[in-house]
Design a protein around this ligand. Structure first.
Ligand SMILES: O=P(O)(O)OC[C@H]1O[C@H](OP(=O)(O)OP(=O)(O)O)[C@H](O)[C@@H]1O
Ligand SMILES: NC(=O)CC[C@H](N)C(=O)O
Ligand code: SF4
Ligand SMILES: [Mg+2]
Length: 472
């Protein structure tokens, strides 16, 4: 299976404590997080004594059947997960939440992110006799928790969290508590909410809205929230914390109706477009966005520049993931199926087309050709994020160096390759400036700058990533 999307998402998690419809609400919330992962989904529930789970491959309705969901009805606490693999193959054993059966008590585990020292820890644990059930990085936390000696779960958890490195929003379900925790840099989003008096947490606030929950606040870097029958306990495990929220969450990954720090992603993307217009001094007749994720940036570009915003491209919403071979020719065909120009809108016009990113250049190359063949007089391209030059090790499948066109070509070379009249990327400073306007306290920008905020211990070698991408 090959995914024609240029950028792949990165898992979503949801958890709820003490609600009579825990499983159903988790299912609904996962539906709203489906854009974050389409390879598999699962739910683990607690009846106050034991844990039970259902999981499967594919989109949520394929992964969890009505019969399975019915079997989880009536349990009062649950965690759920939608997966896009970053470490470990795309197969059922790696679909989360993981459910550990142990004499110390059952434990459910759901993780969004990617650990950068999982291989090292796993190797050490295997040397001591541990037997792993999956090839996923996420499983190591479970082993560290069961191996710990203290009678206090909290102190075992803190010790384990201080051992793992990387990006993580982890949910841990036990018979008497639900724990939510974020890595010390807060790379992945996690939101706290409340519905009918029950606490819940979700990767994005759109999932809270979907179930009618109140969105209370964002979970902070290094924070541990414990929910049990006494309420919510706020704590933290990290000696040092920094805010390094993933820049690409704002640019592309999160749903536009989601809010970070109570500011909508919609408005952030519009502001990215405005900032791009400030930096891109090109005159044109119309500005169009590449649907869907770049429509807000195009709106922002238009409102700052005064150039009218039109819908010049139509997206076939039924083309997403396709089962095609990963050669360039088929990829190009798939992109052609996905976007169609509207001739009446672009004919005879000087067009500025806005996209949020260029990964391999497949989308932009096709779109430029398509706009020209529909009669566009000039085609200028504006990208509402800086050039993607480095892979991501923190839970997003931002390709290998070899697949990132900006890793080995200058902006002028890319301009020539995609055959566009001009090409402008948003500056790194411009991007951070926009996030500041929305009360963000600091962001990761490693895929643009190569400045990785968290140590990468395991170093997934480019060749290995290549193999993974090709499903070898
Ligand atoms: O340079 P490329 O390799 O073609 O990748 C870049 C494209 O990938 C993403 O869109 P994608 O098609 O994944 O999904 P979207 O419809 O959500 O924008 C991104 O928004 C760009 O349009
Ligand atoms: N994208 C993610 O957050 C994936 C979680 C985990 N690293 C996995 O591969 O399953
Ligand atoms: S490297 Fe890029 S995609 Fe990965 S967490 Fe940092 S900003 Fe996000
Ligand atoms: Mg796109």
């Amino acid at each position: 299976m090959y995914d024609i999307r240029g950028l792949n998402e990165e898992c979503g998690v949801f958890g709820i404590w003490n609600h009579p419809n825990a499983a159903e609400l988790t299912y609904m919330a996962l539906h709203s997080l489906q854009h974050r992962g389409q390879e598999g989904a699962g739910i683990v529930c607690s009846n106050g004594e034991n844990l039970f789970g259902a999981r499967g491959m594919g989109l949520l309705p394929d992964a969890i059947s009505q019969v399975q969901l019915d079997s989880l009805r009536g349990y009062r606490s649950a965690i759920g997960h939608v997966r896009y693999a970053t470490t470990g193959a795309s197969e059922l054993s790696n679909v989360q939440p993981f459910l550990f059966k142990h004499s110390k008590g059952d434990l459910g585990l759901a993780h969004n992110g990617n650990l950068t020292n999982a291989r090292q820890i796993r190797h050490a644990l295997e040397e001591e006799g541990a037997i792993f059930q999956t090839s996923s990085d996420s499983e190591v936390l479970g082993h560290l928790l069961f191996k710990a000696k203290s009678p206090s779960f909290k102190s075992n958890l803190k010790a384990a969290l201080n051992q793992i490195k990387g990006a993580f929003a982890y949910l841990v379900l036990q018979k008497d508590s639900l724990t939510a925790t974020l890595d010390s840099h807060g790379v992945r989003p996690l939101m706290l909410g409340k519905v009918d008096g029950a606490y819940c947490v979700a990767s994005e606030s759109c999932a809270l809205m979907a179930i009618g929950a109140e969105y209370i606040r964002d979970v902070e870097p290094g924070e541990i929230l414990t929910f049990n029958d006494a309420g919510m306990e706020e704590d933290n495990y990290a000696l040092e914390t920094k805010h390094r929220m993933c820049s690409m969450e704002y640019v592309y990954f999160a749903r536009p109706d989601s809010e970070f720090r109570h500011h909508s992603i919609y408005n952030v993307r519009k502001a990215l477009g405005e900032q791009l217009a400030k930096e891109m001094n090109i005159d044109a007749d119309i500005v169009i966005g590449v649907p869907d994720s770049s429509l807000q940036a195009a709106k922002g570009f238009s409102s700052y520049s005064g150039i009218p915003n039109e819908q010049g491209l139509l997206k076939n919403r039924y083309v997403g993931r396709t089962f095609i071979t990963p050669d360039q020719k088929m990829r190009e065909r798939a992109v052609r199926m996905k976007h169609a120009p509207i001739r009446d809108v672009v004919e005879g016009k000087r067009v500025i087309v806005i996209d949020d990113s260029i990964v391999r250049g497949t989308t932009s190359k096709y779109i430029v050709k398509a706009l020209r063949s529909a009669g566009a007089k000039e085609v200028h391209m504006g990208i509402s994020s800086p050039p993607l030059k480095h892979p991501c090790y923190y839970g997003i499948d931002v390709s290998t160096h070899a697949e990132l066109i900006a890793a080995y070509q200058t902006v002028e070379e890319i301009r020539q390759e995609i055959e566009v009249d001009s090409l402008t990327y948003l500056s790194v400073e411009g991007m951070h400036g926009v996030y500041k306007q929305f009360e963000s306290k600091g962001e990761c920008d490693a895929c643009f700058t190569g400045n990785y905020p968290i140590e990468i211990v395991d170093h997934l070698l480019p060749e290995e990533k290549e193999k993974k991408t090709k499903g070898v």
